[in-house]
Design a protein around this ligand. Structure first.
Ligand SMILES: [Zn+2]
Length: 398
């Protein structure tokens, strides 16, 4: 059924997923369709159980009694996975990316096929499904009655670059040095293990998609996402689309020079974003002042408690982040910048320093950029995987 949906029907589903239940009149207006076309497009989806009708309400557009349409969110489940160098973070969500179950655990074996088997076990555990013996066939989620909870897609995100290769029929190959992977055909391996279609994406790109459909970027046509952690990540949504990035682009952003007399990064740049903001830079700079090794969490904790060295390191990093945001907003002309990742605490602890630097680099105009600081939660990264699976399922492309 889903495979055969025309584009107009897919836009209806997308609109309902992102913006919630709506009357046919409201939907027709938003999507520039006649009510006749809308009824023609939605009827088979209602009959097939993809869309459901709510209780009778008065239509906000024309005041007539109507039954708003919604997607059958609970009946479609998605597995989202984020792989780090040593852990698998997994969630199972519904069609609106609401997390139903989540777990993270160490990667038992870094061999790609072993990671796929681990993903399958996590899917079974999180779905409350019993692995029905050892079956090498595709486990068709509809076979057990077609009720709530059939897993229909999966999305895996990695910090490396998943890119299309010319050699292997366009299958994305994954380079993830931190996993010891080079040119791994992850999507087909995962599909064989899980028995459902699988999309593989860069983790920052997936997080941007998540914010775009379900987070603070919902309803925004343009925004940027900056992630702060061991590396500095960046994604840009313009006119409702993610700007595609090459492997080289992805590695470039963190080394944007903010102050040519600043601290040095391992690549020998002075004052690049990574030299101020990456977790290892923050640890190294604070360690120098404290004359001992410190962890990233400890620096943040000590800064919050008023330690002079750590406070100073955090303030300097937040100032650099303010300048980085100013660069992004000025060049791309976005009005909203979302911050995510384990380093967002820098922006909270030294919000004034961030704001001062941002304003100074925006011709002194205060409030010209809306900075949204997200909670640091690894489940959100796994949810990004589920979101790219949902998008692929709904739009019919990845
Ligand atoms: Zn650098």
């Amino acid at each position: 059924m889903w495979d055969a949906l025309p584009d107009a029907a897919r836009s209806i589903v997308k609109e309902l997923i992102i913006h919630g239940p709506q009357s046919r009149t409201a939907l027709a207006k938003t999507l520039h369709l006649s009510t006749g076309s809308l009824t023609r497009l939605t009827k088979p989806m209602v009959d097939a159980g993809l869309l459901v009708e709510g209780e009778v309400v008065h239509d906000p557009v024309n005041g007539r009694p109507t039954r708003p349409l919604d997607v059958a969110a609970a009946e479609h489940r998605f597995l989202g996975i984020k792989l780090t160098s040593d852990r698998v973070h997994a969630v199972v969500t519904d069609l609106r990316a609401e997390v139903i179950a989540a777990r993270d655990e160490p990667i038992a074996d870094h061999d790609p096929e072993a990671v796929c088997r681990q993903a399958k076990r996590l899917l079974d555990d999180l779905s409350g499904e019993r692995p029905a013996g050892r079956s090498d066939g595709r486990s068709d989620g509809r076979s057990d009655g077609g009720r709530a909870g059939a897993t229909v897609g999966a999305g895996v995100t990695v910090g490396g670059n998943a890119r299309a290769s010319a050699q292997v029929g366009g299958e994305p190959l994954v380079d993830a040095p931190f996993l010891g992977w080079s040119q791994v055909e992850l999507a087909p391996l995962m599909e064989r293990a899980l028995g459902v279609p699988c999309v593989v994406k860069n983790d920052v790109a997936a997080l941007a998609h998540q914010h775009h459909w379900f987070g603070p970027g919902r309803g925004l046509r343009d925004f940027a996402l900056i992630t702060i952690g061991a590396g500095i990540g960046y994604a840009l949504i313009v006119h409702d689309h993610l700007v595609a990035a090459t492997e080289a682009d992805l590695g470039m952003f963190g080394h944007l020079v903010l102050d040519a007399s600043g601290p040095m990064c391992p690549e020998g740049h002075r004052g690049c974003a990574a030299a101020y903001l990456s977790s290892w830079s923050v640890e190294a700079t604070a360690g120098q002042g404290l004359r001992r090794a410190v962890t990233y969490d400890e620096v943040l904790r000590l800064a919050a408690a008023g330690d002079r060295v750590c406070r100073s390191v955090v303030r300097e990093a937040a100032g650099a982040l303010g300048r980085l945001i100013a660069h992004v907003a000025t060049v791309s002309m976005v009005k909203t910048v979302v911050l995510a990742g384990e380093g967002v605490e820098l922006a909270r602890l030294a919000a004034d320093d961030l704001d001062r630097a941002l304003t100074a680099d925006r011709r002194g105009v205060p409030g010209s950029v809306d900075v949204v600081v997200e909670a640091d939660d690894f489940r959100e990264w796994a949810r990004g995987g589920a979101v790219v699976a949902i998008q692929s399922f709904v739009t019919g492309s990845d």
